[in-house]
Ligand binder design. Structure first.
Ligand code: NI
Length: 253
C-alpha cells in the first residue's frame, strides 16, 4: 500500500476523469492520497473530496504564489475551512524564484499559517524555492516542530536543517530526471524514518512519463528509484513510507 502524500486531485485537471485516475491509482497499489490546497478554492475542494472517499485526506493552505491578495476577509474564510477534518496545513512557504507575491507579503501569510498549524497541532507542508535563508529563520523563530519538506529541492544546508529537526522529507517524480543527480545524492542521506513519497500531480511526471499529466499511479516510479538508491527492496520502501505518512498526519485506520 502506497501513500501519495502530496497530490492535487482537487485541481481542475482532474475534473473530467477523477474516477478513472483513482481506480488506476488503486491498481498500482496507491491506497491513500492527500489532496493539498493552494488557495481558498482548492482547499475547499480538497476537503470536499476527503468527505467522499475514506482514502482521501485533505490539507488546506495558501501557496506563496497565491498569497498576494490575502486580506483579513480571505484569512477569516481560510480559518473557517481549516476547521474541517484536515490532516495538515499547506502547502505554504516562500517562493522567491517566480516572485509572484512580494517577499514581505509571502512571509506574512506563511507566518499566519504556521501559527494556525500550531494552534491546531497539525504539521505544515512546506514549499520552498530559492528562499532558504528567510525560510529557515522563520521556522526557527516559530520553533516549528511538525513539518514536511515537500518535493524536496534545495541545498545541503536546508536538508541538514530538516533532518536535525526531524522534519519529514518528501520526494517526487523529479528524482528520476537525468539532471537530478544532487537530488538523488540527498535522498541517499535521508534516514528511512523521515522519508515520504509524493507525486505532486498533475505536475512532475517521472522521467518515463514526462510530458504527460502526472497522476498518483506514477508514485511507483519514485518508490522504485528510492529502492535503487538505498539498496532496499521496493516493498520495504513502500511499507516504511506509508507508515511514516500515517504517523506524520496522525491518521488512525
Ligand atoms: Ni503541490
Amino acid at each position: 500500500m502506497l501513500f501519495d502524500t502530496h497530490c492535487h486531485l482537487n485541481f481542475a485537471q482532474f475534473n473530467k476523469d477523477l474516477q478513472l485516475v483513482v481506480s488506476r491509482a488503486g491498481e498500482a497499489g496507491v491506497k491513500f492520497m492527500l489532496n493539498v490546497g493552494c488557495d481558498i478554492e482548492s482547499s475547499r475542494r480538497a476537503l470536499e473530496l476527503s468527505e467522499k472517499d475514506t482514502y482521501f485526506f485533505a490539507s488546506v493552505g495558501i501557496h506563496p504564489h497565491f498569497s498576494g491578495n490575502v486580506d483579513e476577509l480571505i484569512w477569516k474564510e481560510f480559518e473557517k475551512i481549516a476547521c474541517g477534518n484536515i490532516v495538515a496545513i499547506g502547502e505554504c512557504g516562500l517562493d522567491y524564484y517566480r516572485l509572484l507575491t512580494p517577499r514581505k507579503k509571502q512571509k506574512e501569510v506563511f507566518e499566519k499559517q504556521i501559527i494556525l498549524s500550531k494552534k491546531l497541532n497539525l504539521p505544515i507542508i512546506i514549499h520552498s524555492r530559492e528562499a532558504e535563508d528567510d525560510l529557515i529563520s522563520i521556522l526557527k523563530d516559530y520553533e516549528v516542530k511538525q513539518a514536511i519538506a515537500h518535493c524536496f529541492s534545495g541545498s545541503g544546508r536546508y536538508l541538514d536543517f530538516c533532518m536535525e529537526r526531524n522534519f519529514f522529507i518528501s520526494f517526487a517524480g523529479n528524482i528520476t530526471y537525468p539532471a537530478a543527480k544532487n537530488l538523488r545524492d540527498f535522498a541517499k542521506q535521508v534516514p528511512l524514518d523521515l522519508l515520504l513519497l509524493e507525486t505532486d500531480c498533475p505536475f512532475l511526471s517521472p522521467q518515463a512519463k514526462r510530458g504527460k499529466r502526472c497522476e498518483p499511479q506514477y508514485l511507483t516510479y519514485t518508490r522504485d528509484e528510492l529502492s535503487r538508491l538505498k539498496s532496499i527492496k521496493a516493498e520495504k520502501i513502500e511499507e516504511i513510507t506509508t507508515s511514516n505518512a500515517l504517523a506524520c498526519f496522525k491518521i488512525k485506520l
